[in-house]
Structures are given as C-alpha cells and as structure tokens.
Design a protein around this ligand. Structure first.
Ligand SMILES: [Fe+2]
Ligand SMILES: [Fe+2]
Length: 174
C-alpha cells in the first residue's frame, strides 16, 4: 500500500511552475528528513573530532531547515507539505553507508566521509537554488527569502567541509 502511495505521488501531474515548485518542495522535504537520520551515523563514523562536530552542527541546522520548509509552505496559499521520496538523497546516503562499511575508521574514512557529505551538500545547493528561482518567478517572496537562508547554510556547510579536507583530514589520510 505504502508503495502504491509513493508511486502515485511520483506520478503527480506537473503542468505549471507552481506544480513544479510544490513537487520539488515535497522532494527536498523528504531529502532533509532522510539526511537527518543519516548525519548521526556520519558523526559516529568520523575519527577526527572536528569532522564529527561539523556533522553534529549540521544536524542541528538541518532540523531548522525542515522547519523552514513548513514555514515557507505556510506563506503560500493551498500548500500542505507532504513528502515525495527523494531517490537522489537515498542513493547518496547509501553510497556513504557503503564507504563506512568498506573503509576502516580513521583518516582515510574521514576523507571518504567528507567527499560523501559534499555530494549531499551540492545536491541540496542545486535543489534550493532551483526552489529559490521558482519562488522568485512565482512571486513567493517570503518563501524565497526563507529558502534562501537554507541555501546559505548548505553553502557554508560545504565550505566548512572543504576547509576540513584541506587542513587536516586529507593530510592525515596521505
Ligand atoms: Fe539541508
Ligand atoms: Fe546540508
């Protein structure tokens, strides 16, 4: 039954920019909830304490991002936030999980975790960038501003990971 519901949601008809906006909002809602469950696992797998802290901090931010999706939807008439499973996020998380199983805990796994987490951030940056553009186009100014806050957080999470990779983790892995 659950499968049927998911399938139906994935085949929802998209005819207008508003339909597309709603669909992408539902998908990022699913994606954020999935990564909320995965980030504690990444934090536990990290050997470097700065990296573990970065994952924990981003988990807190992500909880706020889930709330922001609700807030953004509240500013638009006739939208109730649902979830449409993000297969992209599911695959990215699965890749991370495979790396945790394949690499022994230590600097090399840390380098792998940074790479996996950056794929997630880049996906989110693309998703929120599109949502902000569509919101702008649709005149959803408040929603655009709310989602732009999250976009900024995703970019800074990505920057932080780049810095960690350059400073410590990859040096130790080498
Ligand atoms: Fe996020
Ligand atoms: Fe993120």
């Amino acid at each position: 039954m659950e499968f049927l519901v998911k399938e139906m949601e994935h085949t929802m008809v998209i005819k207008t920019p508003n339909d597309l906006f709603v669909r992408l909002l539902y998908e990022i809602n699913s994606a954020e909830k999935q990564i909320t469950r995965a980030l504690p696992k990444l934090a536990r797998a990290a050997d470097d304490s700065n990296l573990a802290d970065a994952f924990k901090e981003h988990l807190e931010e992500t909880r706020g991002q889930v709330e922001r999706i609700e807030q953004a939807a509240d500013t638009i008439p006739d939208i109730r936030v649902k979830r449409v499973k993000s297969y992209a996020m599911e695959s990215l998380i699965e890749e991370g999980q495979e790396l945790i199983e394949a690499v022994e805990k230590g600097p090399l796994l840390d380098a792998a975790l940074i790479g996996a987490a950056q794929k997630v951030e880049h996906f989110e940056i693309a998703a929120y960038g599109t949502l902000c553009s569509l919101a702008e186009q649709l005149g959803y100014t408040e929603a655009r501003d709310i989602l732009a806050e999250t976009l900024k957080e995703e970019k800074s999470a990505d920057d932080k990971l780049t810095k960690l990779a350059k400073k410590d983790v990859n040096k130790k892995a080498g």
